[in-house]
Design a protein around this ligand. Sequence first.
Ligand code: ADP
Ligand code: ASP
Ligand code: MG
Length: 407
Amino acid sequence: MGLIVQKFGGTSVATPERIHAAARRAVAAKLAGNQVAVVVSAMGDTTDDLIALAKKVCDNPPKRELDQLLATGEQQTIALMAMALFAQGHEAISFTAGQIGLVTDNAFSKARIQSINKQRIFDQLQAGRIVIVAGFQGVTVDGDYTTLGRGGSNATLVALGAVLKADVCENYTDVDGIYTADPRIVKTARKVERISYDEMLELAGVGASVLQTRAVEFAKKYGVPIHVRNSQNENEGTWIVAETANMEHIVVSGAALKKDLTRVTIKNVPDRPGIAARIFGEIASANIVVDDIIQNVMDDNTANISFTVEHGDLNDIKPVCDRLCKELGAKTAPIYQGELAKISVVGVGMRVHTGVAQRMFKTLADAKINIQNITTSEIKISCIINKEDGHRALQLVHDAFDLGKSK
Ligand code: ADP
Ligand code: ASP
Ligand code: MG
């Protein structure tokens, strides 16, 4: 007998019919002899709708209260899923994060999971019930609701998979698996059978929002295999697994686009040791992830420092940067330049093959797309471009590496 954790994303539980369809999947896994735990997201666009509702009441809602509100989305779905299973004649029990001691830190809106009390889940599985767990939410040690960042139900899935030592985490979504690029933007994108944790980690980090980065991090750390599948059909999806030797033959395995980036530039700060540490230390304390850092040293012993953040973090970063500028004696206020995007290619084969950067830069140059900044890792190359060029760049780069052709 195996143990399977399934997760159903928003579209896969958007209507009562879809909740029933998802419930049938859980039942099928149970009848095949497995113990089954199910993680669910909020129905359809519920999370977006709740955020919009909050903003109608308050421009910049306090994060604790926003999490209090958003957690209700997933709480609806768990109860409905348990009811659907009951209607289908099966025993099930639903749990909020608090009810299974899914404890996080208190970084509201981006909380990290610290522990899960697996005993309560095990007892219910042992009693033959299907266990339904609310994705995306956690509780602090004080019992306050937190959320795990957008796409956070993926993290709930993998964390449960890890603590329950599941044989597989099945991530049911609205596409057939992981593609060589977002199939909604690139029509020629191809589904891949397998992808390594490292590649998926990089892809998720640069815009492939099908999985949340933290979920992949967890999966890699605990060796939990993830199977990404379509909830609307029976097709085999994509397996996210540890790297194997033959993966190196494929130089580039995917391309991705991250939209809605903003560049922050802090001008004329003193050019001396400790300034960058202070700036980025304070930004990190505010739980904001920055990327694409550039520092230019000027003639007058000052430096200009710029970096990109996700547009959604602007409300959080502005007060920090405005204050830092004043404290460091910069003559001007920070500059915020929006409407940027990042195009990236990822592949473990880049460790042993050369020429990828050159081909990517030439493709963008031939299309007259200006590269504003370049960053690389061992298995990734990223270029900052104007947002308006984003979709075209993704298609061009995807085709330049023949990603649509089967390998
Ligand atoms: P869910 O609600 O099931 O979690 P999401 O909308 O969060 O679904 O994620 C699925 C979406 O991710 C797909 O509809 C697709 O548009 C997008 N996506 C982006 N990049 C990729 C990729 N490389 N492969 C598959 N899907 C991708
Ligand atoms: N409902 C949350 C969101 O929309 C979490 C998730 O679906 O993974 O981001
Ligand atoms: Mg998602």
